[in-house]
Design a protein around this ligand. Structure first.
Ligand code: C2E
Ligand code: MG
Ligand code: MG
Length: 614
């Protein structure tokens, strides 16, 4: 079929020539050898004419098909979502598709007259010349990101792929607008680097920024900020209020942000303020201002809420040039700001680091203390100051650890409170004390009221009261012989502990306020709350003689006791003069080294049970 088409006119004209010649030969009367000899010549001429016609028609067909292919290609390129252009050696456009024109905001014809450099920012052009073109030349193509410059002067991010059309010295350029991709990447990056609740930069961003500081050898101060008593607010007012509070705290902290100061939210109630190096006084003032600002009341869902902040401060490079350590050091300093009574700031120093390490060691060792039977209880007698009879006993915990030796409860009880170990330890003591009381009663001694110190955190344990009830029951001890000593800090969170105190009172257990005078208890609270005893803090007894202020304070506490019908116990009686003076002041009870240090139960039995009063 193809061959017959290509030879069509040659065959046709040669056939016509053959036919005509044959007709002429047949119809002529005289046969002529001459005419016969002309036949091949005529056939050849017919073939040549046919050949020319075939050639013409063939090239016309070719041209037509090329034209239609080109139209198809242009259509296809115009339909492409990518912007496509072809530039010549001079950098002028020879071809542009619809998308390229649309993307840049030009007409197609207009774009054909524009040099490629008009389509990019200077920064991108420089980059092309310095790096990109050499790669394209080397490999025949390359891909990169750059910034496009539109006809209206606006810019946009793009991905460009350039391929050399080798034989023609032309370049095929494909451009893709990556604005959406960049927006998505920016959104993902933002989320990864910001706190979801407060939208402040988070710990990851802090680490990145600190790395940059380090690379550029910038000096900085880091303020680690932790809200005081946030957990209590969260627990009592609900998570929604807690979240709102965090958002407002974040706003207040962000108020301090500027070119030199940046605020981060690490999570929970922990924030960081990073200050590009300034002198100590400046940093100190910022810490104080933050403390003051956080202290202002927050108004949330109809509640007036007060919070304070504890702030730890570390500096680079004076404390460390390791940025992780810088955060840990500020955290450590913050921890000691909390121990210092909260609502304050503290600069890091090496002593704090050592203290923190010891605390960590205490925590590790304390976790095994009960199992390893390292804890035991000692008992300090309390006396009726009028007749010197044994009137009560205070149980005090002791810890003898193989690594740390004897550790004071003043040191390990706060660690136990922080870590929550206090619940387990507290229950262990209660059980041990009641067991001891049972043994004393079994030996025939008249029962004496024993007081046990309890921490505020124990009151948060819903098992606390049922546990006491079951111990009293198991050891058959009357509740009136058990008393709990709580510090004034318990009163600060009275709403939280009140239901438990009421349940204990209902059981018949006594409640005593320990270290009275060191915290803040208002008189109205004493009037309304079901306490039985006030224990005057030993610091007031120590200087009783010679310090008129302490003397009048002690007098006042004794008269408060009389007014509210509360028992009063003076702690820390070390000298006979203390005893006489307190008896004169009509203080009903006392305890202290003058009578006895806290001792083992067997020794107490031997030395003091003969003094049991009625
Ligand atoms: P606290 O309840 O006020 O106990 C009185 C502390 O003063 C005891 O110290 C006691 O040994 C000491 N002391 C008694 N008389 C004198 C004296 O005349 N002079 C001096 N300088 N000190 C005297 P300790 O046993 O080291 O306990 C310290 C604190 O640790 C206690 O203060 C109490 O707050 C806490 N604590 C002790 N045992 C427990 C416990 O089982 N549970 C809880 N939660 N806290 C406990
Ligand atoms: Mg006590
Ligand atoms: Mg005390």
């Amino acid at each position: 079929m193809g061959i017959s088409k290509r030879f069509k006119w040659r065959i046709l004209i040669t056939s016509i020539a053959l036919l005509l010649n044959l007709i002429v030969l047949v119809i002529q009367e005289n046969f002529s050898w001459w005419r016969l000899a002309k036949l091949p010549v005529n056939l050849f001429l017919g073939w040549v004419v046919g050949l020319q016609i075939d050639k013409y028609l063939h090239s016309k067909r070719e041209l037509d098909s090329t034209k239609s292919v080109l139209v198809d290609y242009t259509y296809a390129l115009d339909s492409s979502v990518d912007a496509i252009g072809i530039t010549n050696e001079e950098g002028n456009h020879e071809f542009v598709n619809e998308e390229l024109a649309r993307l840049y905001g030009y007409q197609k014809d207009e774009l054909l007259t524009i040099h490629w450099e008009k389509l990019f920012t200077q920064e991108s052009i420089d980059y092309f010349h310095e790096n990109f073109f050499s790669e394209v030349k080397k490999n025949g193509y390359d891909r990169s990101e750059a910034t496009g410059l539109k006809s209206d002067g606006s810019t946009f991010p793009l991905e460009i792929t350039m391929s050399l059309l080798n034989e023609t010295q032309k370049t095929l350029v494909i451009i893709r607008d990556i604005t959406k991709k960049k927006q998505y990447e920016a959104m993902v990056k933002y989320k990864a680097e910001h706190n979801e609740l407060t939208h402040l930069p988070n710990r990851r961003k802090l680490n990145q920024d600190l790395e940059i500081f380090k690379e550029q050898s910038l000096e900085s101060s880091l303020l680690f900020i932790d809200l005081d008593r946030f957990k209590i607010t969260n627990d009592t007012m609900g998570r929604e209020v807690g979240d709102k509070l965090l958002i407002e705290v974040a706003e207040r902290l962000n108020f301090f942000s500027n070119r030199m100061i940046k605020t981060y939210h690490l999570g929970g109630d922990e924030f960081v303020v990073l200050i590009l190096k300034e002198n100590m006084d400046f940093v100190k003032n910022i810490a104080m201002d933050i403390g003051e600002y956080i202290k202002e009341p927050f108004y949330l869902k109809g509640n007036e809420i007060f919070v304070t902040a504890s702030i730890g401060i570390s500096g680079s490079p004076e404390h460390t040039d390791d940025m992780n350590e810088l955060i840990t050091m500020a955290d450590t300093a913050m921890y000691y700001a909390k121990l210092d009574g909260k609502n304050t700031y503290k600069f890091f120093n090496n002593e704090l680091k050592e203290q923190r390490e010891r605390r960590t060691l205490i925590e590790i060792e304390l976790r095994r203390a009960i199992r390893n039977e390292e804890l035991y209880v000692v008992y300090q007698p309390k006396f009726d100051l009028h007749n010197s009879k044994l009137a009560g006993i205070e149980a005090l915990i002791r810890w003898d650890n193989p690594v740390l030796g004897m550790v004071s409860p003043m040191e390990f009880i706060p660690v136990a409170e922080d870590t929550g170990l206090i619940n387990e330890i507290g229950n262990w003591i209660i059980n041990d004390v009641l067991y001891q009381m049972r043994r004393w009663q079994d030996k025939g001694y008249s029962p004496v009221k024993v007081s046990v110190n309890v921490s505020q955190r124990q009151f948060r344990d819903n098992n606390f009261v049922p546990f006491i009830e079951s111990c009293l029951y198991s050891y058959s001890i009357e509740a009136k012989y058990l008393e709990f000593e709580v510090t004034e800090s318990v009163i600060e969170n009275i709403d939280l502990v009140m239901p438990k105190i009421n349940s204990l009172k209902a059981l018949g257990v006594g409640i005593s306020i320990d270290d009275f005078g060191t915290g803040y208890s208002s008189l109205s609270m004493l009037k309304n709350l079901p306490f039985d005893t006030l224990k005057i803090d030993q610091s007031f007894i120590r200087d009783l003689i010679g310090n008129s202020q302490d003397l009048s304070l002690v007098k006042t506490i004794i008269s408060i006791g009389q007014t509210f019908n509360l028992n009063v116990v003076a702690e820390g009686i070390e000298k006979e003069e203390h005893l006489h003076l307190l008896a004169e002041l009509d203080c009903p009870m006392g305890q202290g080294y003058f009578f006895s240090k806290p001792i083992r139960p067997e020794q107490l039995e031997v030395e003091f049970f003969k003094l049991i009063g009625d």
